[in-house]
Design a protein around this ligand. Structure first.
Ligand SMILES: Nc1ncnc2c1ncn2[C@@H]1O[C@H](COP(=O)(O)OP(=O)(O)OP(=O)(O)O)[C@@H](O)[C@H]1O
Ligand SMILES: [Mg+2]
Length: 234
């Protein structure tokens, strides 16, 4: 498996942070990892998710000539890809994404593809992101925003991944914000345990709230090692 679809339970759950930290970890282990974002919406200038990945990897911003491979579709409307494309009179073509992915896969050990939003986001009205991930033979890593309600979202996502025959690498539980006073003690820990148990799926790590995401490399290392223990890229 050369490609991993870094998907999540929703938008804003930490896919960019996990994707960038995983790429940085893999590179620190000598794996030639690159990140790709098929569609970035709400994009003004350089795609911001790609910039965060590269910052976490210690790389300079992507040169404009590399964008057709790294982020083939960029739209200004901050909306679902199918709508953001339509508003610019465009449509997202699987063949364009497939060709860009193929070029990156040919020159790297692993391509980490960050999804837009959740697993079943429509790229067009007849193409869901999860279906394209299946077609390209990617594995899936599910990022879960750890909060009240996430058990259901995580189980739905795992079910949709499995329904498409996509190998599930596992789940990463992320805490993009500090727990507020209303969070019952032990609930967030139990969310991860319960999902692992019910879905019979590996929980590969938990990313704590990071006051600065650049400082997250150390906190991410155990998750990175757990991922590598289940999967050898290349
Ligand atoms: N563990 C964490 N600690 C602190 N901040 C975090 C953490 N994870 C994510 N964040 C912050 O939460 C916000 C959302 O995270 P992120 O951009 O990674 O989500 P996403 O799933 O990639 O969203 P999108 O669907 O828009 O691509 C960002 O501002 C990010 O810096
Ligand atoms: Mg993102």
């Amino acid at each position: 498996m050369r490609g991993v679809f870094v998907t999540g339970t929703d938008t804003g759950v930490g896919k960019t942070v996990v994707c960038g930290l995983l790429a940085a970890f893999l590179r620190s282990q000598g794996v030639r990892a690159v990140t790709q974002k098929w569609v970035e919406t709400g994009c003004a200038g350089e795609p911001s998710d790609l910039s965060v990945h590269r910052r976490l990897m210690g790389l300079p911003p992507a040169p404009p000539s590399s964008l057709p491979d790294l982020c083939p579709y960029r739209f200004s409307l901050p909306a679902s890809p199918h709508l953001a494309a339509a508003r610019e009179g465009k449509s997202i073509e699987a063949s364009v994404i497939e060709a860009a992915y193929g070029r990156l896969a040919a020159s790297h050990d692993v391509v980490l593809v960050e999804g837009a939003g959740g697993f079943l986001v429509p790229l067009s009205e007849d193409l869901l992101a999860g279906d394209l991930a299946a077609r390209l033979g990617l594995g899936a890593l599910v990022v879960v925003r750890n909060r009240l309600g996430c058990i259901n979202h995580a189980l739905l996502t795992v079910e949709a991944v499995r329904l498409r025959g996509i190998p599930l690498l596992g789940l990463v539980f992320n805490r993009p914000s500090e727990p507020d006073g209303g969070t019952p003690a032990g609930m967030l820990e139990d969310n991860a345990r319960a999902v692992g148990e019910v879905a019979r799926a590996p929980v590969l790590g938990e990313v704590p709230f990071l006051p600065g995401i650049e400082g997250g490399r150390e906190a991410f290392a155990p998750t990175g090692r757990a991922i590598l223990s289940r999967w050898r890229p290349g």
